[in-house]
Design a protein around this ligand. Structure first.
Ligand SMILES: [Zn+2]
Length: 72
């Protein structure tokens, strides 16, 4: 019964950025995003995360130096 509906309905996905329903079709070059804007925003988001991942080895070195000194 419900399977008939699925055949008629166009395939839709949710925009990863704003959760808006987007028709999955060849004409939509920004899929699965609803628009170029959302695509660029999402791309920028994970690009920023990449930049925040690098650790701080200098900080570790400073800690070791302090521990080495027999201050007490
Ligand atoms: Zn969107």
């Amino acid at each position: 019964m419900k399977e008939d509906l699925l055949l008629v309905m166009p395939t839709t996905v949710k925009c990863p950025n704003c959760n808006k329903s987007v028709e999955w079709k060849k004409e939509n070059q920004y899929r699965p995003f609803c628009s170029e804007r959302c695509k660029l925003i999402d791309f920028g988001a994970w690009a920023n995360e990449e930049h925040s991942i690098p650790g701080q080895p200098d900080f570790d070195d400073a800690m070791s130096d302090e521990l080495d000194q027999p201050g007490r």
